[in-house]
Design a protein around this ligand. Sequence first.
Ligand SMILES: *[C@@H]1O[C@H](CO)[C@@H](O)[C@H](O)[C@H]1NC(C)=O
Ligand SMILES: *[C@@H]1O[C@H](CO)[C@@H](O)[C@H](O)[C@H]1NC(C)=O
Ligand SMILES: *[C@@H]1O[C@H](CO)[C@@H](O)[C@H](O)[C@H]1NC(C)=O
Length: 373
Amino acid sequence: MPKKMRHHWLLIGACGWVLLLLMLASKLINFNTRATDDYREKAEMPSWTQTEVKSVKSLPAQTSDGRAPKSSDLPSVGPSSTSDPTDWQSVEMKRLELLSAVCKNKSLSNLNLTSVNRFVLDRIFVCDKHKILFCQTPKVGNTQWKKVLIVLNGVFSTVEEIPENLVHDHEKNGLPRLSSLTNPEIKERLKTYFKFFIVRDPFERLISAFKDKFVKNPRFEPWYKHDIAPAIIRKYRRSRRDNDNKAAAGLRFEDFIRYLGDKPGRWRMDRQFGEHVIHWVTYEELCAPCDIKYSVIGHHETLELDAPYILKAAGIERLVSYPTIPPGITRYNQTKVLQYFSGISKRDVSRLYDRYQVDFSLFSYPRPDFLLN
Ligand SMILES: *[C@@H]1O[C@H](CO)[C@@H](O)[C@H](O)[C@H]1NC(C)=O
Ligand SMILES: *[C@@H]1O[C@H](CO)[C@@H](O)[C@H](O)[C@H]1NC(C)=O
Ligand SMILES: *[C@@H]1O[C@H](CO)[C@@H](O)[C@H](O)[C@H]1NC(C)=O
């Protein structure tokens, strides 16, 4: 064999070894980042995960740029904000404990808590590559999370590359719904994957839904204006004369609230509205948090701390970052809530609260006494 040729073979051999070592290393890293499966289900996990469960437990509470959170980063609402800000892990754990306690509360179970059904499976998106399930709760900054998961699934390489109209097109964006899988596949994923969703103050979310779907009224979603608004007005507007008046044709917040708070009456309408109700039905109905053991439930009001925490707990913090959060945008705004509810009767607010109480209780949002008393 000529000398040159032998060199070639040696080189190829060396490359092979390097490749093999790299593959081994990446396998190990993968194991480490998959540490997070559901730490509350650790009893069922094989023993090799045990040490990694510990590494999840000791996550330092840090914001995305690595500094410790300042008290000014913290929101002014929710019992969670009174916890020690230096230990975000314990805040997240307390939320899950509280959720589990409320789920077991007999006086709430009369509310017919949701169990996993087709509607819920349609709400949950799957990232198989990193073993993540994300339940969509519209009007709570979900588009950003979907983009993060689309990038992780690999169809697009950066968040910026995803065309806006593709984010919600689940035929094409490479982010399948859990409902598209077989029953055994669904069970396996619900049991072992990292699962999360985000909530915000329930009434603020309804205001956001109203503004987004009935005031701004996106042209590519004409059904809100042409089908849903007229149906709600026909049934819930008080004054007939108002109804005939062309100037009053648009849906008013008070019509919307009366519809939302009509527990027995809205059932048939909601079925008629189909999937569009996802913008205002409860988180409890969307994600079945008493049936599915979620790993983390983020709060929009503390997104600055929750987003990096979720990325870390899901083992993807080195692969993606959550898009920059504009300052102040996640803060609860009581002035706005008061403004929207100022023309609403106490009776209607109280009915609305009854309908959404399950969300206030499950996710520890304080009862809005400033509207109810
Ligand atoms: C159960 O819920 C009721 C009504 O919301 C509340 O008064 C009670 O304190 C709760 N019980 C527990 C054990 O959390
Ligand atoms: C719960 O469901 C049962 C049976 O479907 C129904 O009779 C009952 O009225 C429901 N309770 C509430 C509070 O909606
Ligand atoms: C709160 O909402 C009110 C009314 O919509 C608005 O004028 C104000 O700027 C908001 N405050 C903050 C801090 O965003």
